[in-house]
Design a protein around this ligand. Sequence first.
Ligand code: SAM
Length: 184
Amino acid sequence: GWRSRAAFKLIELDDRFHLIRPGMRVVDLGAAPGGWTQVAVKRGASHVVGVDLLPVDPVAGATILEGDFNDPDLPGKLTDLLGGPADLVLSDMAPNTTGHAPTDHLRILGLAELALDFALKVLAPGGTFVAKVFQGGSEKQMLEPMKHAFATVRHAKPPASRKESSELYVVATGFRPDRVLPSQ
Ligand code: SAM
């Protein structure tokens, strides 16, 4: 069985956007307790690395790294573990919630922006980036660099994401390394 209800969000995103293909190299940022990592393996990715601050029970077919995804050694380590640049970078990262919605939203967006910087470093040409964001204006900050560096940028609210939550996912496909803005 799946370890998290969150697993269904990735299943729904994948059914709609066909993100995971056999043989892919996948990075799952904010992997605990491991649901998305399980889905990536189950859907045929050949190399899957899950990263989280929290420990994650082993997932057959995947490698788990315990630590902060901002660790400057991580991109290099990952390329070694994956055997090459990533085809898909997933981020379902969320900080501990404060209960103060505006603060929580800003923190999630901060993580998503850092996840984008990370993805720009490790993705192969044509690669895909998926991140949890929030409905609301400040998300525009990451939209411009994304629209530059990816062929398509879409948003989706998978049915498994609770209606009352303003959580949503950005799905950017067709990475073009030559179009990364210098500020990134
Ligand atoms: N997708 C997961 C699943 O299906 O099981 C659920 C992920 S959970 C919503 C968000 C995770 O992001 C938490 O486990 C948290 O520890 C992790 N996280 C938050 N900040 C992080 C960071 N800086 N580095 C690594 N993981 C982080």
